[in-house]
Design a protein around this ligand. Structure first.
Ligand code: HEC
Ligand code: HEC
Ligand code: HEC
Ligand code: HEC
Ligand code: HEC
Length: 370
């Protein structure tokens, strides 16, 4: 990793080179390559005039002859040009969902630089190990990943940290240990605005290079957002999680399996044993039919859908039409947030009826409970 200014410059420069050339078709995804000087991102010998250039990371040489590691290239202040999922200065996070400069997944900043372990994932190349959690809560030994390989072979060694990608990671394939190789050339084959209906088992075809996961990608990673401008997450109406392994919640369930399945751990209807995921609000009627006060999609509390080919600004919530699916990301940010348990709003704040308080986010769906 290197300092933020040079990182931002080099990533912005790399991004500026990303003109689109349509080259090949892979299952269900729009695929293209990045182009421009290879030297924007690769260094053949990790040496120039006998030295390491200032815009390269200081810890190289790196795999695939890259000029930096994932953390180096993905640390910076968001401006919509590239997904900066980490920062050395505080990102702007507004839990009302109105402004801010975080990407959709949130930021590792709060785990690394600020409040600590409980604010999100302690990724190995960024953070020290989580002092409290040595395995993923709810890890279900032997849980199948979408590609048939098992995350960490179905056995998470205590103390093992989560990685960006690979065997213990979220992106890429779990059958390849090396975090760069696990992406399989994804930076050249996957763009930021793919509509992934059929992710298959090619590491990088998935939504955001998440193997086997479907979804519609917002081109600027939700740097700008509104009811009609957001990622469209994949969800299905199946709280047991067995019928479709391409939903965003099944990604999380690869490591947090008990929170999504099997059915005896979740329940199938009220009274639930754990909060339902991959469950359509439209099944319930009543207070849920008044999601967000009836004014359409709320970016703070996203709803997934079964068909992800269009961005839904007014999902149907009054009947189970597959447009109002609860996902893990309805309540959590994938990377990190300023709040405990990487939640999208401050659930730990005191409950004061009628106010946008600790219960505020919950009340967007549980609309009669506030
Ligand atoms: C914007 C940054 C960027 C630019 C520009 C870039 N690459 Fe890459 N390339 C990457 C990253 C990041 C990886 C490793 C992660 C991955 O596979 O997605 C990679 C991986 C590779 C790989 C190994 C994976 C594979 O597909 O076999 C090759 C080979 C490669 N690049 C060649 C090139 C060449 C040749 C150019 C110039 C035409 C180029 N790259 C330009 C970022 C870039
Ligand atoms: C040399 C710089 C560089 C390195 C190293 C690099 N990335 Fe990237 N990455 C980029 C850029 C630039 C983009 C934005 C590409 C675009 O606009 O589509 C990107 C995009 C991504 C995306 C989003 C893809 C999408 O569909 O929107 C993911 C996920 C990602 N990188 C993961 C990684 C991981 C994991 C690593 C380490 C194994 C890594 N990157 C290493 C420069 C880099
Ligand atoms: C590859 C495995 C893996 C995947 C996939 C994964 N997690 Fe985790 N998760 C972990 C591990 C390991 C921990 C405990 C250590 C830590 O926080 O890094 C954890 C911790 C958490 C925590 C508690 C945070 C804390 O530190 O107290 C939350 C919340 C969480 N994960 C949510 C999610 C969500 C939501 C997804 C899907 C977007 C997801 N996880 C996907 C491995 C994973
Ligand atoms: C995306 C919408 C949504 C959000 C956000 C949400 N819930 Fe729920 N919740 C539901 C739905 C739908 C059900 C299932 C209702 C049913 O069974 O008909 C449910 C069920 C529950 C139940 C179980 C009720 C029972 O009868 O077993 C509890 C308790 C609960 N939620 C609490 C919360 C809390 C606390 C929060 C905030 C941390 C929250 N929910 C956030 C939609 C949501
Ligand atoms: C309705 C909102 C909601 C949904 C949906 C939701 N969570 Fe959570 N999650 C919470 C809240 C609130 C907490 C912390 C307090 C608590 O457990 O009540 C939490 C805590 C966690 C923790 C930490 C548990 C621990 O032992 O410390 C993990 C891990 C986690 N969630 C993962 C997931 C995964 C994976 C999914 C999807 C399968 C998911 N969550 C869906 C609201 C939600």
């Amino acid at each position: 990793m290197k300092n933020i200014a040079t990182t931002s410059e080099s990533l912005a420069a790399g991004k500026a080179l990303l003109a689109v050339l349509l080259v090949l078709l892979l299952p269900g995804a729009v695929c293209a390559v990045i182009t421009g000087p290879c030297s924007g991102c690769h260094a053949m010998h990790f040496s120039q005039d006998g030295t390491i250039l200032a815009e390269w990371g200081s810890g190289g040489p790196y795999g695939a002859l890259l000029t930096d590691d994932c953390a180096g290239c993905h640390t910076g202040v968001n401006d919509g040009s590239a997904p900066y999922v980490n920062s050395t200065t505080a990102p702007i996070y507004n839990s009302s969902g109105s402004i801010g400069n975080i990407p959709a997944g949130g930021s590792f900043y709060w785990v690394n630089q600020a409040q600590g372990d409980a604010r999100g994932h302690n990724v190995d190349i960024l953070s020290t190990a989580d002092a409290t959690l040595s395995v993923p809560p709810g890890f279900e030994a032997g849980r199948d990943a979408a590609d048939g390989s098992r995350v960490a072979g179905g056995n998470w060694p205590p103390g093992q940290q989560v990685s960006c990608s690979g065997l213990y990671g979220c992106h890429g394939t779990h059958s390849v240990a090396d975090i760069t190789a696990a992406l399989g050339g994804g930076h050249h084959g996957s763009l930021s605005n793919d509509t992934v209906t059929n992710p298959g088992t090619v590491p990088y075809v998935g939504f955001r290079m998440l193997l086997g996961i479907a979804g519609k990608e917002d081109p600027d990673w939700e740097y700008t957002f509104s009811a009609s401008d957001h990622n469209q997450y994949k969800g299905v109406d199946d709280p047991g999680g067995g019928s479709d392994s391409t939903t965003i919640s099944t990604l999380c369930a690869r490591c947090h399996g008990l929170f999504h399945s099997p059915i005896n751990e979740m329940g199938t209807s009220s009274p639930w044993l754990r909060h339902p995921n991959d469950f359509d609000l439209g099944n319930s009627g009543g207070e849920y039919a008044n999601y967000n006060g009836g004014s359409g999609y709320n970016n703070l509390i996203p709803l997934g859908s079964t068909n992800i080919t269009t961005v839904l600004s007014s999902p149907t919530v009054t009947s189970a039409a597959g447009e109002a699916i609860i996902t893990c990301l309805s309540c959590h940010r994938a990377h990190g947030s300023p709040y405990l348990d990487s939640l999208r709003w401050d659930y730990a704040a005191a409950y004061v009826p009628g106010l946008t308080d600790g219960f505020g986010g919950c009340a967007v769906c549980h609309s009669s409970k506030n």
